[in-house]
Every structure is written in C-alpha cells, then in structure tokens.
Design a protein around this ligand. Structure first.
Ligand code: HEM
Length: 439
C-alpha cells in the first residue's frame, strides 16, 4: 500500500491520508483526530480533499484571515461545485459579490425579518410540528428538524403550504445530481437529479415572474427579486435563479443540525433543560422578531454552544488570488487554503473547558460575540447571509419545545443514552438514527 507522503513543499501532510481519497474519509468520520494530530506537526499542514484537491490548512485563529478576501476568493466553489453554486453569492467575489449582497441583504437583516414577519412564518411551521411530538415514543431529531427547517425556507420563498411536499421531494431528487456519479441513463441518480433541477428552475422562474415589479416591502421573496444595491443595481435573471435555488441548501440543513445537536445536549443535561424551561415559561410565547430574542439569553446560549461544539460547516476554504503569506509561509496564486472551524471553535485559550456544553458562557456578557466567536458562519464578505434567520429560528424552536414539554413537566432523554458520534462532512450532523424521547 502506498504510504502517506510525509510532506509537500516543506509542509507536513496531516495524518489520516489514504490512497485515492486523501483525507476525505478521515475528516468525515474523525475530524477532531486529524486536527489534533496535524496541529502537533505545525501551524500549517496539507489536507487532500478527494482525489485531486490539495489544501494548506490550519486550526489556529490567525488562519481566520483567509476570510478577509482581499488576497483570497471563493472562485474554487464556483469551479468545483458549479452545479450547485452557479452565479450565486457563494462563488462570486469583488464588485459582482458586493452588488448581489447589496441587492439581497435587506430582507435578511433584523429589520427586514421584522418587516416581513419572518418569525410569525417560522412559528406557523415549527410550533405545530413540536406539539405533534406529544404522544410519540421517540423523535428522530435530525430528520424532524431538517423537515421543518426546509419548510421554513420554502415558506420564506413564498411557496404555499400545500405545495411543500412536492418541493421537498424535488430538492431531495436534485441532491442526487450533486453526487460524484457521472453516469446518465434512465433512472440513474444524475438523470433524476437533472430532471428535478429542471422542475425546480421552472417553478422558481414562476415565482420570480410573479414577484417582479412588486413592491419589495411586500414579501421577503419580493425584496430579493426586486432588491437593488446602493447604486440601484439588481440581479440578472440567472443570478436570481441561482441565488434562490441555493438558499434552500445553504439555509436548511445547517440550522437543522444545530437545532438537533442543541436538543441532544439538553437531553443529557436536566439542569440546563430546567433553566431553559424557566426562561421559556416566563415569556408570553416564543420570540417572533429579532428584538424579542433579548428575552431569551439562555436559549441563545444553548444555540451558540451547540454551534461552537458542532459547527455545521466544520471546514471552510478559499483560493489565493495573489501570492499571500500566513505563519511566515508564502503561498502561490491559485492555492486552496482552509481552516478547520471545528477545532478552532474548541480552542481552550478562548473557551475554558472547550469540550463541555456550557451555554452560560454566552450569558451576561457585556459585548456581542466577535468575528472569531461567530466563525461558524464564516467571515468577511461571504459571512452567512442567513445568520439572523438561523438565530431567530433556532431560539424560537428551543423556546417552543421547552414551553410545550416543560409545562407538562417532561424532559428530553436520548434514546440509547449515549451521545451520538458526529458525521463531520460534508456538513457536520448527528447520524439519522439519533432519537430523543420525552418523559
Ligand atoms: C446554523 C445555521 C447556519 C450556519 C452554521 C451557516 C454557515 C455558513 C457559512 C460557514 C457560510 C460561509 C460559506 C463560505 O465561506 O463560503 C455561509 C454562507 C451563506 N449562508 Fe449560511 N449558515 C447557516 C444558516 C443559513 C440560513 C438560514 C440561510 C438562509 C436563509 C443561509 C444562507 C447563506 C448564504 C446565501 C450564504 C452565502 C453568502 C455569501 O457567499 O455571500 N445560511 N453560511
């Protein structure tokens, strides 16, 4: 068997390398081990992602500089993930990115979410779903959170409640086109995925046409379709389509996994569950505006702590656009550079007892979380567009669960007792079998 190359260009290659797949398998099943062992070799190390791409990576906070995007870009995302990313904000940089973000940002700010009653819409989807858990022997937590998180995004895009099942099915099929399987024949994953993408695009196009020319104040999707940046520039037809299509992928599984982890930690921790219940029952109902989040500092702490321990995007990367230096090392133009956010989020110098679930570390602080503390949402110009959506949705969900079951003096337990082992890539999540029960 081929042995792991020890170094490339004078930098160590991280342990966990296998012929053909590089570090992909090790990162997927034990990213913390790869990060721990690699860090012993130095502040920078090589990771091979899949058969072709070599990335120079780090776990140190200094490497957060990759997100500044002065010398780096996200061009590699548009290149390697063209099917998904297209001409959306994710893969575009510089002036085009500023124009697009400028045009679509408003509805995702606290003010925009309030104006478009996004919280009421989330509550409409989430509260009845949580109430329906009563009387069930167990709740497969990540399946449940994934299902309502995707419905929340669909509803925000103006899709009617009675069409949600059809849209969910289409996106499940579309995900097949993203698998690295190139064969096309009737019924093959790629063929089915492509057909689903055509259906999605046709129906997104109908939404765009319906909303075009409407008052941007009217709805969140109208604000995106008709939004303009400060210089009055909007999005082209293709850009609109690609951005609307990607919103579902960017916005549902990330939030869903965070909510699932939060519930799993609470299920092991009666004292913190109790504190959440006290906070939730002291209020009139779950928060439906970003302003109302101030009443739920502990629920916010649970959200931030679940994110810190299990960032849904545990590894993020950029491409250098010019020669660029980090830790006394200069990279050539076109080099992929990455940061293991999972390891950085557990830095003991910043977070004492880094592996413990301590939501209270976020409570009663006199300043808002800074860029390193919100790094689970990326940084720089590509910082997550949905940060305020995720925060509102997750706290609303936690408060809804605590009110529903806390009032009946029931608390969550993990079915099988043990905390599930995460799957780290492509998004960090608990295994689909992870379940909780209330009693
Ligand atoms: C806990 C929940 C979430 C997490 C952890 C998360 C994480 C991230 C991260 C790490 C990035 C940066 C990607 C990069 O560097 O290339 C990002 C970007 C993005 N996110 Fe989120 N996200 C979450 C929820 C959401 C939601 C709810 C939405 C939409 C409603 C959303 C929409 C987006 C979009 C559109 C981008 C691309 C922004 C750009 O490139 O300018 N995300 N997110």
């Amino acid at each position: 068997m081929q042995l792991r190359p020890k170094d490339r260009d004078g930098l160590p290659v991280a342990p966990g390398w296998l012929p053909g797949v590089g570090h992909t398998a090790a990162l997927m099943f034990d990213m913390p081990w790869v990060a721990r062992e690699a860090e012993k070799l130095g502040p920078l190390f090589w990771l091979q992602m899949g058969p072709k791409v070599w990335v120079i990576a780090s776990v140190r906070e200094e490497a957060f500089a990759i997100f500044r995007n002065k010398e780096t870009s996200s061009a590699h995302l548009a290149r390697d993930g063209a099917t998904l990313v297209g001409q959306s904000v994710l893969g575009v940089d510089g002036e085009s990115h500023r124009r697009m973000r400028g045009a679509i940002n408003a509805p995702f700010t606290p003010k925009g979410l309030t104006a478009h009653k996004a919280g009421a819409l989330m509550a409409e989807v989430i509260v009845p779903r949580v109430a329906a858990w009563k009387g069930r022997d167990q709740v497969k937590i990540s399946d449940e959170t994934r299902e309502f998180a995707v419905d929340v995004i669909f509803r925000m895009m103006g899709i009617a409640s009675d069409a949600l099942v059809e849209w969910r099915k289409a996106y499940e099929e579309y995900a097949l086109a993203l698998l690295p399987l190139d064969w096309e024949f009737p019924g093959s994953p790629r063929t089915r995925g492509k057909a689903a993408k055509r259906w999605i695009d046709e129906n997104l196009q109908k939404i765009i046409e319906r909303e075009r020319g409407h008052d941007p104040e009217q709805s969140l999707v109208s604000a995106m379709v008709n939004g303009r940046d400060e210089q009055g520039r909007g999005l082209s037809a293709q850009e609109l389509l690609d951005n609307l299509r990607i919103l579902v992928f960017a916005g549902h599984e990330t939030t869903a996994n965070t909510m699932a982890w939060a519930m799993l930690y609470l299920a092991r921790d009666p004292a913190r569950w109790s504190r959440l219940v006290d906070e939730a029952l002291a209020a009139d109902g779950p928060p439906t505006t970003p302003d109302a989040l101030a009443k739920f500092p502990f629920a916010e702490g649970v959200f931030r702590e679940a994110l810190r321990l299990h960032p849904p995007v545990p590894f993020d990367s950029r491409q250098t656009e010019q020669p660029w230096s980090l830790f006394d090392r200069t990279f050539a133009q076109g080099q992929s550079v990455g940061l293991i956010l999972h390891a950085m989020s557990r830095n003991a110098e910043r977070y004492p007892e880094p592996h413990q679930f301590l939501p209270e570390r976020w409570v009663s602080r006199d300043k808002k979380p800074g860029p390193i503390e919100t790094a689970q949402f990326g940084g720089g110009p590509h910082f997550c567009l949905g940060y305020h959506v995720a925060w509102l949705e997750a706290v609303l969900f936690l408060v809804a669960v605590a009110r529903e079951f806390g009032a009946q003096r029931k608390r969550p337990h993990i079915v099988g007792d043990a905390m599930p082992r995460p799957i780290y890539m492509p998004l960090q999540r608990p295994p689909g079998s992870s379940a909780i029960r209330f009693g």
